[in-house]
Design a protein around this ligand. Sequence first.
Ligand code: PEP
Ligand code: MN
Length: 342
Amino acid sequence: MLVVMRDHASRSDIDHVVEVLESAGAQAHLSQGEVKTIIGVIGDRETIYSLELEGLSGVESVVRVLKPYKLVSRDFQPEDTVVTLPQGSSIGGGAFATIAGPCSVESSEQMRAVAAAVSTSGAAMLRGGAYKPRTSPYAFQGLGVEGLRMMREAADEFGLPVVTEVLDVRDAETVAEWADVLQVGARNMQNFMMLDELGKMGKPVLLKRGLSATIEEVLSAAEYVLKGGNRDLILCERGIRTFETYTRNTLDLAAVAALKTLTHLPIVVDPSHATGRRELVTPMAQAAVIAGADGVMVEVHPEPERARCDGPQSLDLPAFGKLMDSLPPLVEIVGKHPGVSR
Ligand code: PEP
Ligand code: MN
């Protein structure tokens, strides 16, 4: 951290800042110019923050040079995190995994049809929402526990792990009873109480990027989960809000490449929510592999035109099969292998 003093700050103001720092156990290193003095500070970050140096006389600004996250960073752990699920699927460290399923769980028949098709095409995990975050309170909100049961049954029949959203921290325990991976939706990315809670639970977490979250905010949110002791976290780039309205969001593939350098955590790309348009899902999934993603998460429905949620961005089963056929050569080009044991 750097404390920048005002131009021509007085000797007593500078000495006072140094005194405050040293009495808190930190070291102060002065760099004195004709006009400006800058104090470099070394010591425990939290303690130094709590000193609220900005308020001291003669202080112009305090610059935080340290990143606000540690456990998630590659500096802290250079090796890739590999998240492995009981069914044998894995993601990260070279294992590429596809997560597929409908936006929302609608019926046992729907889930069974999807699970059968996506497992045949080589998907590593089954997705589906039982608790749906809908913009309108009048839109379909999901089937709740009944939906979780339908999805679990379909997944078990085909040996697939289940990924589903925890919409409210009060449902976390219930969802964890049925699911293998707990999804935190874009709208909850900065629900810090939820992140804390999921950090203490023994289930992998899939954290989606917030609608207008910066890369640093994504990593800081992930830090909450790891800080709680849960190291099994998958990040998800699902597009961000920009001025563009043709696509539902703007897929930020540069963030994927950037995140691969900044963190050891696996990252998946969700081209369905990122584009909102079925015809863009396959090319963006393919691009995601080349950008360095460890997986993709794709919305698939047996009858997209009848879907209760997100039909326009859902692939039907044959289109999903085609997408899956196109991925292996790309996965190979980037030196990865499929994260499925079936
Ligand atoms: C979802 O994946 O079901 C979902 C609601 O996506 P997001 O949170 O990214 O909007
Ligand atoms: Mn959806």
